[in-house]
Design a protein around this ligand. Sequence first.
Ligand code: SF4
Length: 82
Amino acid sequence: MNEQIKKLNGANMDIDLATPIDAISWPQDPCPWNEAEQTNEHKCAIKNVSICPYFCGVAYIDTLLCCYPHPNPFQSEGNAAS
Ligand code: SF4
């Protein structure tokens, strides 16, 4: 990683790929877990509440990294919670 960029723990994030398309003005890929279950209940990170077990982080600027339906490779490092 670029040495000018720090990794800072403990961010309180609020991220989803489940916002109704008429509520946002940008294209959004659907959550594959929601698609598989024909629901809209799964969120990547809910502020103050939870982080999806398939959440693998974000890439600049707003790309979600998702491992669904595979085991989270970061979970053993303690970087993701359910
Ligand atoms: S991390 Fe993946 S499976 Fe989990 S809510 Fe986000 S898009 Fe869906």
